[in-house]
Design a protein around this ligand. Structure first.
Ligand code: UTP
Length: 223
């Protein structure tokens, strides 16, 4: 399979720990034995910290986004370094480059592309662009719940959700640079229009990314 894996910066950069990067690199290498892999890395806390400085300067949301994108690319570079020779050494800045770099058979890792969306959207567009079979979105929660699991002990995890239902749920969320969302609306629109099979898993345990290939885990977004 051709698989796009998106990894939230908030889980990858939780503790600025090289072991974390190596754990992910090991899992990705395993998956890569039988699949072609593209990776998109998010910004996490460092992106939010940098963005808040720029926002305090009174600059526009697009400029805040540009700073967020730069941070996602640094995070992508760190994962590329951890993956060593099985990865392509350059970080693509757009989808054409990603596709071109992948032609040598190596794992391609990228961050953001342009303002006004998150790396979730980059993952979906990349999947559409390279005609991937699957997107695995490794995030900081187990999947989509019917209500906030941190507030309600009886919150139920959805095993499966349609893009339409997901749009309805996330349409109330904030869309400022660096703000957290379960998944970005642009990403869901792309998933919907191209019927991209997408699985949201808790990436705090990197092995969940591998599990998503063989067992029911997290939330599947499917039309
Ligand atoms: P992300 O949105 O991917 O990171 O990029 P996040 O929301 O912090 O999510 P986690 O924690 O990694 O899961 C960080 C910021 O970079 C900008 C946005 O401002 C986003 O909030 N960005 C990123 C873009 O504007 N365009 C992109 O293509 C990617």
């Amino acid at each position: 399979m051709r698989i796009v894996i998106t990894i939230g910066g908030s889980i990858l950069l939780k503790s600025y720990d090289n072991k974390r990067f190596e754990e992910y690199a090991n899992i990705i290498r395993e998956i890569n034995k039988e699949n072609e892999i593209f990776i998109v890395v998010g910004g996490g806390l460092p992106a939010r910290n940098y963005i808040s400085v720029v926002r305090d300067m009174g600059l526009s949301e697009s400029i805040c986004d540009e700073i967020g994108i730069e941070v996602t690319r640094i995070n992508a570079k760190l994962l590329q370094l951890a993956l060593k020779e099985c990865s392509y050494p350059k970080i693509p800045t757009n989808f054409n480059e990603a596709s071109e770099y992948a032609s040598c058979g190596k794992i391609v890792i990228m961050g953001g592309t342009e303002p006004a969306h998150s790396t979730d959207a980059v993952g979906s567009i990349l999947a559409e662009f390279v005609e991937a079979d699957l997107v695995i979105n490794a995030t900081s929660v187990d999947g989509l719940y019917d209500k906030d699991p941190n507030k309600y002990s009886d919150a139920q995890l959805f095993n499966e959700v349609t893009p339409e239902k997901l749009m309805e749920i996330i349409s109330q969320n904030e869309t400022k640079a660096g703000t957290y969302q379960f998944i970005d609306m642009t990403a869901v629109q792309i998933i919907k229009r191209s019927e991209i099979k997408t699985i949201i898993v808790n990436g705090n345990k990197p092995e969940n990314i591998k599990k998503a290939l063989t067992e029911q885990i997290g939330t599947l977004i499917k039309s």
